[in-house]
Design a protein around this ligand. Sequence first.
Ligand code: SF4
Length: 683
Amino acid sequence: MTSLPLHIVRGACGHDCPDTCSWIVEVRGGRAERLTGDPTHPFTRGTLCAKVNHYLERVYHPDRVLFPLKRAGRKGEGRFVRVSWDEALADIASRWSAIVEGFGAEAILPYSSAGVQALIQTASIDRRLFGSMGCSNLERKICGGTAAAGLSATIGCGTGIDPEDVVHSRFIVLWGTNTIVTNLHLWPLVREARSRGAKIVVVDPIRTRTAEDADWHLQIKPASDATLALAMMHVMIRDGLVDHEYVSQHAIGFDALADRAAQYSPERVSQAVGLPSEVIERFAREYATTQPSLLRPLIGLEHHRSGAMQFRTLACLAVLSGSWKHRGGGLARSTHALQFAALNMDSVLMPEVYKPGVRTLNMRDLGNDLCSRDLDPAVRALMVYSTNPMVTMPNQDRIREGLLREDLFTVVHELFVTDTALYADYVLPATSQIEHLDLSPAWGHLYLGLNRPAIAPRGESVSNTELFRRLAGALGRTETWLFESDESMVRAALASGHPWLEGISFERLWDQGYARLNSPEDWRPFANGAFATPSGKAELYSESLMEAGHDPLPWTGEVRAGDGLQLITGKSLHYLNSGYNNMERHRRRAGELFVEIHPDDARTRRVATGDMVRVWNERGEVRAMCSVSDRVRPGVAWMPFGGFTDAGGTRRSVNLLTPEEPTDWGGGSGLYDAFVEVAPAAR
Ligand code: SF4
């Protein structure tokens, strides 16, 4: 074996993570022997995270689905038999055709998310096929949509500066983001900024690892972010710390905002925010006067009912401070919009072939939509790929109820028999990231990666694109755009003519693995205004929001109150959403599902660290190990989401407890507006 030549193949991680690490796969005799980070990548610098360091164990895991499987037992039982691709495709095509004939194509719901996060495997042939059939559209806004919509209301887009420019910042506010765990390659740049004199502030109800390493942690109450930001504006306006030159040139609505902010004195909001007024005063002054100041909100804030307003309000802070003028100043969020603006996305998605007037269902509502008696037509076929909604979507028991419907025909394309796949009529084998081609636009930096297939698809697994080419064929479709090759789609996406892609060819990416977009070296997107809002200015007062029925000015947002402890769920170190939970190494390291509560709350509930507890609300109940810690504020319960199942041994996840209630705008879900009770449980 060792006499066979060693091949080096460059690729990129396809997980739902801002970093999009470049990696190198060493392949001998068709088998991947080693997968390591690419040390030449300027942002990810050769390190992978705890999840992906053992990626090849996932690729070669004995539990991988390698052949099409057909259900042989009751739904949820997990009994399947192997069938041929021909049999599976013919049956699926026949069932779908009958559903279209009997109920219309909207009775088919394609359901996917960021399980493969890249370009064509995330969305290409699938969109063309389902769009041209007139199947129900899926609004995929559970993550990122609300944040982008909130920022857009103020600055016209959901992005900001190049995150690598954080090294130029002097006052960095990591707002609701646990950078060390969920955006780990940004952290060395944050530290570099600190070595140049920057102060690192974390705003978070939880004392995360990032908060522990920061210079200052502001442990606010959940969902009080907009209130805190308004109090900061109050101080800035009162004390003459607003950059009036910038605001007068590049913003509208300052006077109205000033009237609104006058209501938010630090003394008045101190209790609502959970910080002493003098702390709010100091934070506001340091933020306004230490330039360049940078806000870095990522995910946390958007998972509240008021998520969009939280983001909109933060964006106003960056306008009042005038920090956009400075390199490293302003606000930094997802770079996806910058990457997709450079690529020729229409060539990939082909929206011109979609049937018009088709209904859209929001992914957060899956359980209710599957169980609804009012939806017309009812969803009768579900095609799930690149996601595991039974674990990652809110209101898990409602989704289970829907998936158990005997008249629902469910197909799941997956690497493993996930919690969702247990309920499938067919489970089709999916490739891993080292078995297919893709272009990888990152949402945490401005490098574009090319993920080359390092090994042949294992067993009879196929990529998403190949799956939908096969399904199109089985349905009797003949249009050439349903059978376009992966390479052709990647080349077309790169051939946009956008100046940021000049010189970035397929061949160059094939050799180097990645390339940085040609953004200007010193890029300050809003130093001279030019916001992509209807007025072309930063909209401190928004007519568009008013027309849509929202408050045109920033405000606290609709902050939910409830009985019990406010449940905040967060990512863990060893699972990637629901991924890796079937792997012993990761399960061992992650431990059992736990709930973290403050000592005061533990005392009144007579629970202690190490106790098995019940955590419940009106939606259901899970068992978890209790962890008592002042890492969390009084009144808050923190639980990891994703791979963990109930500590009592059932397949319940923490999303049993979370609501699908919509955010104010942006299409997300108020996942964090759940309240739970905690009490001792018998072992
Ligand atoms: S999950 Fe994120 S940090 Fe981990 S290897 Fe993938 S891109 Fe890198």
